[in-house]
Design a protein around this ligand. Structure first.
Ligand code: FCB
Length: 452
């Protein structure tokens, strides 16, 4: 048994568009994901978030599920288009009312709410005015943050500004795989900067309003050469080291260096110069308490002269993204638990001024329900080995405060629709019945023992 430090936070994560449904209820406005998923060919199976898991109506049952698993924390996101249907101005009290009830329900069950303000569901009205490529969106975000804090700030202590700005910018505006589906690499970089600006402005607003802890959540991963995946000491050529550094700059330092140090990494200063205004980096560099890490697999690259830039990775010409040998999840993502410990140790060393939290980690597998049970041994093993990796990282000095499994429920997995199941609780999309999988029951025992 490996026991975690006292006070280690155990929980689960979700996001509004992936679970809520009720897309047209109580005055909710349209989001870019409504538009995108209604566009033929964008989402597998033509799936949309219109009903999702119907969490909007079943949140009491879902909170009861969390209680039955003994979870201490629940990370969810607020849907901006519920709060400001037109992306700005008037606040919709019915939309905020949902989160008000959810927070009360969580607190009554001794579950700490971790509120994420932006998990990708931009109001369509803002996208119509340029979306994240428009600087003004950052200022609208700060107003929205204020409105949510006004309503929930008396009870919510844990605030996250953004989830995975890399994905929002580079899949949304770079390769177009996510909403709004634009393919303009220069706008993707602009979007990344404006997301960071939104983070800074939002953090300022939250801090002034008295928020206790503020976090920025990024999708981070260690960047390895193929040989380094299984052998950290493998020799690396100069050309490969340069490729690794360039991709690491885009994925991780592009966000943490401005947020924590007030500067872009050297590799990206020129790329951002056209849209950075005087004072922006100071605004972005607001003190925060935690960095949340969403980890699924390492990123593996090597130098390959002549390779064109990948549209999700502006400036990546000459870099090849490599497959990894060995087991993979249903997403095709390689399973490399040691990547998580190596990542956490490195971030702890490079950014000692903040605490770390694993805000997402988990796996999709093809589950089947048999006699009311889901024997998801692969997922259980994924969670166990990654939690061991977190424990290893803590042993090596990383200040990791908690672990939130992705996800509580099977849900709308963005461009993959409903066919990829990440939940520790199975959802039957016909009946909306919830069935805890074996991994959920195992997780319940780990939570209660504070050990794996
Ligand atoms: C992350 C997202 C989350 C979920 C997982 C699988 O990038 O933050 O919403 O889709 O991937």
């Amino acid at each position: 048994m490996r026991t975690f430090p006292a006070g280690f936070v155990w929980g689960a994560a979700t996001a509004a568009y992936q679970i809520e449904g009720a897309a047209k209820e109580d005055g909710r406005g349209q989001s870019i994901w409504d538009t995108f998923s209604a566009t033929p060919g964008k989402v597998a199976g033509g799936d949309t978030g219109e009903t999702a898991t119907d969490h909007y109506h079943r949140y009491r049952e879902d909170v009861a599920l969390m209680r039955s698993l003994g979870l201490g924390a629940y990370r969810f996101s607020v849907a901006w288009p519920r709060v400001q249907p037109d992306g700005g101005g008037a606040v919709n009290p019915l939309g905020l009312g949902f989160y008000d009830r959810l927070v009360d329900e969580l607190l009554a069950g001794d579950i700490t709410p971790y509120v994420t303000l932006y998990h990708w569901d931009l109001p369509q009205a803002l996208e119509d005015r340029g979306g994240w490529a428009n600087r003004d969106t950052a200022y609208r975000f700060a107003e929205y943050a204020q409105a949510v804090h006004d309503k929930l700030g008396d009870r919510v202590r844990e605030w996250t500004t953004l989830n995975e700005p890399w994905v929002a910018a580079f899949l949304g505006y770079g390769n177009g795989v996510h909403a709004p589906g634009r393919t303009e690499p220069a706008d993707a970089l602009r979007a990344a900067h404006h997301l960071l600006l939104a983070h800074g402005l939002g953090t300022k607003v939250l801090r002034e309003a008295g928020a206790e802890r503020i976090m920025l959540v990024i999708n981070s991963a260690p960047v390895f050469t193929p040989a380094q995946v299984h052998d950290p000491a493998a020799p690396v050529s100069e050309a490969d080291a340069e490729a690794v550094a360039r991709i690491d700059a885009l994925l991780t330092r592009q966000f943490l260096d401005p947020a924590l140090r007030g500067r872009y990494p050297e590799e990206l200063v020129a790329a951002h110069a056209p849209h950075v205004r005087d004072g922006d980096l100071e605004l972005i560099n607001q003190p925060i308490d935690l960095v949340g890490i969403n980890y699924y697999n390492p990123t593996v690259v090597e130098a390959a002269p002549g390779t064109p830039a990948d549209p999700a990775w502006p400036g990546s010409q000459g870099v090849r993204f490599c497959p990894v040998d060995g087991p993979a999840t249903a997403m095709g993502w390689p399973i490399v638990p040691s990547g998580l410990s190596r990542l956490l140790v490195r971030l702890g060393r490079d950014y000692p001024e903040v605490g770390l939290m694993v805000t997402e980690n988990g796996a999709a597998f093809d589950d089947t329900v048999e006699d009311g049970r889901v024997h998801d041994a692969d997922r259980l093993d994924y969670l166990r080995t990654h939690l061991r990796a977190v424990h290893d990282a803590i042993g090596e000095g990383a200040d990791v405060r908690g672990y939130l499994v992705w996800s509580l429920l099977d849900n709308f997995e963005w461009a993959e629709g409903y066919r990829k199941r990440f939940g520790i609780v199975h959802v039957d999309y016909g009946t909306l019945t919830r069935t805890p999988k074996d991994s959920a029951l195992w997780y319940r025992d780990a939570v209660s023992a504070n050990a794996v």
